[in-house]
Each structure stands twice: as structure tokens, then as C-alpha cells.
Ligand binder design. Structure first.
Ligand code: DGY
Length: 326
């Protein structure tokens, strides 16, 4: 990793507009340019990055191996304004000697809060109930209207028991849900907190009245929830996804909802976001959000600061804990 005089501020290209405090710091510590267009920078990054020492990229920017190879030689460090880094080919960056930084930990609780909101929204069909009120369809109170399910009689299956999965488990346990999980490896007892470990996703699914997808998006896990696996859920189970759209085969999920195999969904992430397959918009029993898991003022600010810490560490020759390269 090269060092850089702090007096010659490194040139930083940010492909999205950070929170005001992060922007202010970035302007102080870097010679900053911000891509402010409404659409993602895409392939234009190659030309736009010419002469820049560092990039601050967003989860919607795809920096695959071909893109990384074509980045101008001036680019010496990359930070992504996200904990997920499925959109950045870290191995390709490593081959070019480019360090990559992400934003772990600071968003864990906020994303888990949103997961819990989606579990509740799916279980109580709040989106459908609210629509009926707004559309003037709210009739006389009746015991059989607007029925959902009680969380304290349901089992929550967590697919991916990393930091966010564990934070979801803590919340769901407080609501009285029984916790089941599948993870690459079993957690130590103090982190497992009574949750039941399942060796395989296939084992987890029949025990999931609500399935919460919290796994990282890797090529091996693409479409982990396909038609065959969705059929293993108890009939009428609910599916929540706060991780990445690629983990679920969307067409299979639509079919499962229409067939009643999946009773409700709560979704914050989509396969080709921000483009939304129109079939989502007609999907019954669904609460759909535009990838806002980490979107609190506090968290987005902390993420931006952590990304800048990583970039700065590179230019001051220190080591940052959020470095992704091996
Ligand atoms: C992340 O940081 O990976 C989130 O999905 C972005 O909100």
C-alpha cells in the first residue's frame, strides 16, 4: 500500500451523494468530486475516474473484474458505502494492488430493525390493511377481518447467522418467536442463545414459519431460494429478505405466493434494483421497500465516515479494520 502526503489531498470520486457531515469531511480531506446524476455512473466510471486516486462507490455500482481491470492507473483505493461487497470483485482489485474497504458493524442494528418491521408487516398484513383504509374499504369491525398471525406462536428461520442475523434473532426472541437458523458453521452457544442450528438450508426450511434471509450474496448462494426449496417451507410461510435480491429466484417466489405456498413477503432488496420486475407490483400480501435497511441518519453517516477512514488509512499508510483484501 502506498503512502501519500496529507498536504497533497488525494483526489476522490464519490459515485453518490454522502450525508452532509460525510460530505464536509470528504471535502476537507480529499479533493472531492461527487457524481450527482440521477442514474448510476455505470460504464462511465472508467472515463470519469481518470486522474482520481480513490473511489467511493455505492451498492448499485457494479465493479466486476472487467471494470476493475479497465480502471485508470491513477485509482489506488476503493471504498464501498455498504457492508455488502458482492458488487465489487475484490480478487480482481487485489490482483491490481487496489485495497477495497466496506462499512461493517455500524449498520447491523438498523438493518435488523427493518427486518423485524418486515416480519411484523408480513405477519399482520399491515400493508394490505392500510391500503384498505386509504381506499375507503374499511368496513364495520368484525372478528374475522384483517387477520394475521401471532409472532409468539411462530418459528423464525434465519438463513445466514452473521452479525445481522444474530441481531434479528435477538429481536425476534424478545417477541416470543422460536429461533432456528442455518449458517455455514454452527455458532458458539453464547451467540446461539438457544436458537436451533440446522446443517443445511433444506433442513431449516420446514421449521420456518417466517424465513428471514440474512446471508451474504455470493455466486454459490445465487437463487438459494428456488422453486424446489420454497416448496420445503410450511404452507403459507412468510419470506423476508433484507440481504440481496440475488439470493431468491424472483419468478419462483411469485409463483409460490400465487399458489399460496408462501403466504406473505417483506422485501427490501431486489434482483435488478432499482429496476423492479412489474410482477412485484401486482403481488398480493407483500410489503416492498426500496433498499432502506441501513437508511437512518445516524447509520448512513457512520457508514460514510467508516468508508472515509478506510480510504484515509491507505493514504496515510496505516491499516484499517474494514480492509477486505486478504
Ligand atoms: C449494505 O450496506 O450492504 C446495505 O445493503 C446497504 O444499505
Amino acid at each position: 500500500m502506498s503512502t501519500h502526503s496529507l498536504h497533497a489531498r488525494p483526489r476522490l470520486l464519490a459515485t453518490g451523494v454522502p450525508t452532509p457531515d460525510v460530505l464536509e469531511r470528504a471535502q476537507r480531506e480529499f479533493d472531492l468530486k461527487v457524481w450527482r446524476e440521477g442514474d448510476a455512473i455505470g460504464e462511465r466510471l472508467i472515463d470519469e475516474a481518470a486522474g482520481f486516486d480513490a473511489l467511493l462507490v455505492m451498492p448499485g455500482d457494479k465493479l466486476d473484474a472487467s471494470m476493475i481491470q479497465r480502471l485508470p492507473a491513477s485509482v489506488k483505493a476503493i471504498a464501498t458505502h455498504s457492508v455488502g461487497f458482492d458488487h465489487v470483485d475484490v480478487s480482481a482489485a487485489t490482483r491490481r494492488g487496489i485495497p477495497v474497504f466496506n462499512t461493517p458493524d455500524v449498520l447491523t442494528e438498523a438493518v435488523a430493525d427493518l427486518a423485524m418491521f418486515l416480519v411484523l408487516a408480513a405477519a399482520r398484513n399491515t400493508t394490505g390493511a392500510e391500503a384498505s383504509l386509504r381506499e375507503g374499504r374499511w368496513g364495520r369491525w368484525a372478528p374475522s377481518h384483517y387477520l394475521g398471525r401471532s409472532l409468539n406462536v411462530m418459528r423464525l428461520g434465519i438463513f445466514g447467522m452473521g452479525r445481522i442475523g444474530q441481531a434479528v434473532a435477538r429481536r425476534a426472541a424478545a417477541f416470543g418467536m422460536a429461533i432456528h437458523y442455518h449458517n455455514r458453521s454452527r455458532l458458539p452457544a453464547e451467540l446461539e442463545r438457544g436458537g436451533a442450528f440446522h446443517e443445511t438450508l433444506e433442513d431449516l426450511l420446514p421449521s420456518s414459519d417466517v424465513l428471514c434471509v440474512c446471508a451474504p450474496s455470493t455466486p454459490a448462494l445465487r437463487h438459494s431460494l428456488d422453486a424446489r426449496r420454497l416448496a420445503l417451507l410450511p404452507r403459507g410461510a412468510m419470506v423476508v429478505n433484507i440481504a440481496r435480491g440475488e439470493l431468491i429466484d424472483e419468478s419462483a417466489l411469485f409463483e409460490a405466493v400465487h399458489a399460496g405456498q408462501v403466504g406473505a413477503v417483506g422485501i427490501d432488496v431486489f434482483q435488478r434494483e432499482p429496476a423492479i420486475d412489474r410482477r412485484w407490483l401486482a403481488l398480493p400480501h407483500s410489503t416492498l421497500l426500496p433498499h432502506i435497511g441501513s437508511a437512518t441518519r445516524e447509520v448512513r453517516s457512520a457508514m460514510g465516515m467508516l468508508a472515509l477512514d478506510g480510504l484515509r488509512s491507505h493514504f496515510t499508510g496505516t491499516r484499517a479494520s474494514n480492509l477486505l483484501n486478504p
